[in-house]
Design a protein around this ligand. Structure first.
Ligand SMILES: [Zn+2]
Length: 88
């Protein structure tokens, strides 16, 4: 069974099993600037590789002025009625 959503590290060579093994991604450490993942053999649980993922920039730091204030008067309460037969 193939899962194409998890293509990042499907199989790695495990020195203990001496063959390619499917690996499991595991969050190892959370740093202020990055997250450290490790890949373990799903058979013998040996750590085979690690990967550092840079933390995305903080999304909650948007300046308030970036959001324009919405005008309170959106639509006029009394809509002008279309006048028929006037333009002809
Ligand atoms: Zn193994």
């Amino acid at each position: 069974m193939q899962q194409f959503e998890h293509l990042r590290a499907a199989e790695l060579h495990c020195p203990r099993c001496r063959q390619l093994r499917p690996v499991r991604e595991r969050l190892l450490l959370v740093l202020p600037y990055a997250e450290l993942y490790e890949y373990r053999c799903t058979v013998c649980a040996m750590s085979l590789a690690s990967r550092e993922v840079k933390a995305p920039p903080l999304s909650g730091a948007l300046p308030v002025a970036a959001i324009p204030p919405r005008p309170a008067s959106g639509q006029p309460r009394s809509r002008p009625r279309p006048v028929r037969g006037l333009l002809r």
